[in-house]
Design a protein. Structure first.
Length: 157
């Protein structure tokens, strides 16, 4: 798998944050590109983490943070447990749908707008939520790197 370098973005804060988040999202999905179904659900570490679970987990996290916690929407969150009926294609499509919904929310709000669904003395701004999802996605994309290398030796972002 060829290594992809992060984009060198020279735009404003929103463009840099969302551009790097999108790069990490795509890096995660590249980890299941070309894998058969068995390999994508193979448990290779003691925690039982699989490539399919990582993608389902991040789909849930995108909706939790952007739709529920930031926008305050009453949204059903997808389960992150890998079901027998899950496939690489269906899980990837679910992730793409979750990130598209998150991107719509991000695009229609200001970075300083506060979370509507997170109580506290100082509400978190959208800027924090985007940065948090960037680090959370990068963290799990790193886990996916290791799992993919264990599956077939493929490396690269």
């Amino acid at each position: 798998m060829p290594d992809q370098r992060p984009p060198r973005l020279a735009g404003g804060e929103r463009e840099v944050l969302t551009g790097l988040l999108q790069f990490q999202r795509e890096s995660l999905l590249r980890k299941v590109t070309g894998l058969d179904e068995e390999a994508a659900r193979r448990q290779l570490v003691g925690s039982g983490t699989t490539l399919l679970w990582l993608i389902k987990h991040l789909a849930q996290a995108e909706l939790l943070w952007f739709a529920v916690r930031f926008a305050g929407l009453d949204t059903d969150l997808p389960d992150d447990a890998v079901a027998a009926s899950d496939t690489v294609a269906s899980v990837s499509a679910g992730y793409r749908a979750a990130t598209a919904r998150a991107d719509t929310i991000i695009a229609t709000a200001g970075l300083d707008d506060p979370c509507k669904g997170v109580p506290g003395p100082e509400p978190l701004p959208l800027r924090w939520v985007v940065a948090h999802m960037l680090e959370e996605t990068a963290r799990h994309a790193g886990h996916a790197d290791i799992l993919r290398e264990l599956v077939d030796g493929s490396t690269g972002r």
